[in-house]
Design a protein around this ligand. Structure first.
Ligand code: ADP
Length: 373
């Protein structure tokens, strides 16, 4: 638990949920893949489920889609329990990493497939296809081309078109961008954001990529080991990580273990290594408590001789990665017995340090996240 004032849940959480994941657990034998997870998914939101490999993201998505059944708990779509409903009765659009298009069939035949499965009136199909091609910004005259002749990005657009042409209640995206190269991935990120803004689609997206989550999601559900760690708007996830796992998984973060030495109002002093770190606290910690503290790489100042900060230490530069717009360092601070990651944006040429340089490193008490150990 963090000692800062972090809201337990979002104040708007009671807003209308189109899908309700209600205390869902999934076991495979003795393995608990998803552990008592509750997530209300709001009408029209872009929700990203973020976590490392093996966290239970796909299992959760498969339960929403109907490919897996919860061992305990229930999923409600439009207030109706759906555990007994097969996938094709749930009105959910799906895009997987493997796009699962039919390469020899035309763009039009691929997109028409779910409409035909739903016995849509054939007279309407052409119009629906033209409308959705416009939405995903594919030229209408592409409709007779075989999908196999299109580029990776264009195929991605066909997969989105096929998943949304029948106006599903929910669109599920399972790592849809992870097989694309960096440039195309960035392009498709903004395309997805645009498509979401232009429709009233509710989107649930699964990824292990924090940048993808932070750049696209309205809210992020961070899961680890089958458990929900935090559910909050993307900015809050970054600014106020509720658990050490969230602090460490998102952003470039150094974790240090220590013991609270003394508490003085809003300030506490934590003994780390042979030194101390001043932190801010809301009173949730007492002298003698073991704590974990988290430092964001971009909050750490480095200078030649001294830094103006609540906490300052002598350090040595161990690694440097100059990237033009930013420089990344790993530094050692012997008194803290710690290796600390540091990032400097728009580095001043005067203060780009070299490996082996002796530097002063520091940060403010307010920039430290504190968690019970
Ligand atoms: P993620 O998508 O976050 O990588 P998964 O949902 O695929 O994670 O898996 C969560 C855990 O459940 C993993 O330990 C995985 O090995 C296990 N798991 C997933 N599907 C099955 C299955 N069909 N049978 C047994 N174990 C499974």
């Amino acid at each position: 638990m963090a000692s800062k004032q972090i809201p337990e849940s979002d104040p708007d959480a009671e807003e209308e949920a189109v899908v309700e994941i209600d205390r869902v657990t999934k076991r495979y034998g003795s393995l608990v893949a998803v552990d008592d997870v509750s997530i209300p998914i709001r009408d029209g939101e872009f929700l990203t489920i973020l976590g490392p490999s093996g966290a239970g993201k796909t299992t959760l998505l498969h339960m929403i889609a109907g490919f897996e059944r919860p061992t305990e708990g229930e999923i409600y779509i439009d207030d109706q329990p759906v555990s007994d409903e097969p996938p094709n009765k749930r009105n959910i659009g799906l895009v997987f990493q493997s796009l699962a298009l039919f390469p020899h069939m035309s763009v039009k035949e691929n997109i028409a497939f779910p409409l035909k499965m739903r016995r849509e009136n054939p007279e309407n199909i052409d119009g629906q296809i033209e409308e959705v091609l416009e939405l995903v910004q594919l030229p209408v005259d592409y409709k007779n081309k075989p999908v196999g002749d299109l580029s990776g990005g264009q195929q991605q657009r066909v997969a989105f078109a096929r998943a949304i042409v029948y106006e599903p209640t929910l669109l599920l995206l399972d790592e849809p961008l992870s097989s694309l190269d960096k440039k195309l991935r960035e392009e498709m990120r903004s395309e997805l954001t645009r498509i979401h803004a232009e429709t009233d689609l509710t989107i649930v997206h699964v990824t292990h990529n924090q940048t993808e989550a932070l750049s696209m999601a309205d809210r992020i559900a961070v899961i680890n080991d089958g458990e929900l760690e935090q559910l909050a708007p993307a900015k809050e996830i970054y600014a106020e990580p509720a658990t050490p796992f969230v602090a460490e998984f998102i952003g470039d973060t150094t974790m240090l273990d220590g013991t609270v030495d003394r508490v003085d109002g809003q300030r506490a002093t934590v003994a780390v290594g042979n030194d101390e770190v001043a932190v801010e606290t809301d009173g949730g910690v007492a002298a003698g408590d073991g704590v974990r503290i988290a430092l964001r790489a971009e909050k750490i100042a480095l200078d030649h001789r001294s830094v103006d900060a609540d906490n300052a230490y002598d350090a040595t530069v161990e690694q440097v990665a100059f990237e033009g717009d930013q420089t990344q360092y790993a530094i050692t601070a012997p008194s803290l017995d710690a290796v600390i990651d540091v990032t400097h944006q728009d580095p001043d040429p005067e203060t780009v340090f070299d490996r082996g340089d002796a530097v002063a490193a520091g940060w403010d008490a307010a920039d430290v996240f504190v968690y019970d150990q």
